[in-house]
Design a protein around this ligand. Sequence first.
Ligand SMILES: Nc1ncnc2c1ncn2[C@@H]1O[C@H](COP(=O)(O)OP(=O)(O)OP(=O)(O)O)[C@@H](O)[C@H]1O
Ligand SMILES: [Mg+2]
Length: 220
Amino acid sequence: MMRDLAMADTPERPGPAGLSRKPVIRVDIRSKSFGAVRVLQEIRFSVARGETVALLGPSGIGKSTLLRIVAGLDPAFHGTVTRPDRMAMVFQEPTLLPWRSVLDNLRLIHPDVSEDEARVILHRVGLQGRETAYPRTLSLGQQRRLALARAFVGQPEMLIMDEPFVSLDADLSDAMLSLTEELIAETRPATLFVTHVRAEAERLADRICQLRGHPAALIA
Ligand SMILES: Nc1ncnc2c1ncn2[C@@H]1O[C@H](COP(=O)(O)OP(=O)(O)OP(=O)(O)O)[C@@H](O)[C@H]1O
Ligand SMILES: [Mg+2]
């Protein structure tokens, strides 16, 4: 059923542990076009601290376009987005620097993170002992875990993930999901993530939204 777009908003209510449920991400997009092609129509939603929202939709509908706008990577749209300062993004590809070690891939993005803190998170994601390795010597699953560690080590207030578990086999994808669940539970960012796997969305998300149509609208 098509719901009023405003209903996709996070109500400002106390959370389970009395934590504030005040939205930390507020998205109010009027329109997004590439040239003459309008890709997104009006899209409004918000995400509270500690809340995870999954975004589903067919290929080419505009999911990555929406994530890039929310992340502030694409300023060419009509509307407004409010976001916190500390944010992290996990892309579909691990996007590591090939000429930098595992440890440097973490610490270059987070200069305030100490080597000890970096080692702790690497241990969490099972990359202990690989600190001086280069990304090309890691498996895809290890590269994805490094990308996850890089996202969480900065204690983000907002986390954006674009199909972070794609092209992993079922076991590995399951292990990555569990790890992500744990890290989200500890760090409690406002999380927005794209997946095309409904089971992933149901497992990780408090709320599932779908993009439909051309230009795409949001269905809560
Ligand atoms: N830089 C760009 N210039 C022109 N058109 C673009 C650009 N980026 C995306 N598009 C178009 O916008 C539409 C939405 O693309 P987007 O990448 O957001 O889709 P998606 O939902 O993430 O798809 P997928 O599930 O395949 O990743 C597509 O029709 C795409 O061709
Ligand atoms: Mg995409």
